[in-house]
Design a binder for this molecule. Structure first.
Ligand code: B12
Length: 248
């Protein structure tokens, strides 16, 4: 007799009940709603199939902006309301991560590389979904991206900039306690005479006021700002001019 392993291996403590993840209708579009539900319920294994169907009808950017990001905003609300705890939130972010990767592959990117951008998530911080979206959008616009990953020590970021000389550096942080790493990186880069724009964004306490309180810092509210900022850096605008343009 064939055993049904799916029931044996189900972690019922982590399983999101339909009541917990009741999303009502968040968007009218059924395809996008399906992707949102997959993120909200953390059903990572269903993501590839659902996206395969949806990517025949929709652009990857639309899926990121109208399904993946709003779904994570909804998860954030469930977290804030103590409906979701770490396991459910982690499952949701895993599902979103798979979604971003598939959309990124679909977006491709032009053959001609426009310039090198180094991206990272702050020392001590593993909230890297924003960084992954930044990577995907930059690559789709033809920028070469060196992804240093998450929880990257300050010294490692500075060394990477010294070694690879990118046109721009980006930083993402989810926790206010970690964003101080951005200031330390900026100070070390200035000391070394590497005055490149350092575009920083994220949740928690990462704010325009904080990021523009130190030299090189340019605040990014939305990942979609990363490609035009990179474009300006490639055109020769310095960090002060880029800050003035985006952080007025
Ligand atoms: C998902 C999540 C997690 C996941 C992270 C998974 C992952 N791979 O990222 C998991 C479950 C692992 C997690 C763990 C923890 N988390 Co958490 N988490 C969240 C949650 C619910 C959503 C964050 C998220 O991914 N948002 C979606 C992404 C897309 O948004 P984003 O990163 O901000 O990026 C957007 C913009 O900021 C911008 N952007 C970002 N970077 C850049 C860069 C550039 C250049 C530009 C232009 C734009 C840009 O573009 C993006 C949109 O387009 C938030 C709640 C919230 N309200 O934010 C808490 C939250 C961030 N977590 C929090 C905490 C406290 C923790 C834990 C300490 C919990 C614990 N007790 O263990 C751990 C810490 C782990 C660590 N050391 O980092 C707190 C932080 C509080 C604070 N103010 O410091 C929050 C705010 C929840 C809360 N209200 O308490 N978490």
């Amino acid at each position: 007799m064939a055993l049904d392993y799916s029931k044996i291996f189900t972690r019922y403590d982590l399983k999101v009940t339909s009541k917990q993840s009741e999303t009502k209708i968040l968007v009218e579009d059924q395809d996008l709603q399906e992707i949102m539900d997959i993120v909200i319920r953390g059903e990572t294994s269903s993501m590839a199939g659902a996206l395969e169907r949806t990517l025949n009808r929709k652009e990857p950017q639309e899926i990121i902006y109208r399904a993946l990001i709003p779904a994570m905003e909804y998860v954030s609300r469930l977290w804030d309301e103590n409906v979701y705890y770490l396991p459910q939130t982690l499952n949701a972010s895993d599902a979103m991560q798979v979604g971003i990767e598939i959309c990124e592959q679909k977006m491709g990117g032009s053959m001609e590389k426009k310039g090198l951008i180094i991206t990272h998530t702050a020392e001590g911080d593993i909230h890297d979904l924003g960084q992954k979206i930044v990577n995907a959008l930059l690559r789709a616009q033809g920028y070469e991206v060196l992804d240093l990953g998450c929880d990257v020590p300050v010294e490692q970021v500075v060394d990477a900039v010294k070694q690879h000389r990118p046109v721009m550096l980006t930083g993402t942080a989810g926790m206010s306690t970690n964003m101080e790493a951005f200031r330390r990186i900026a100070e070390k880069l200035s000391e070394a005479g590497l005055e490149i724009p350092f575009a920083c964004g994220g949740g928690g306490g990462v704010s325009r006021t904080y990021i523009t309180s130190f030299d090189l810092g340019v605040y990014g509210r939305d990942a979609a700002e990363a490609p035009p900022m990179a474009g300006d850096a490639c055109s020769g605008l310095c960090w002060k001019e880029i800050r003035q343009k985006y952080n007025q």
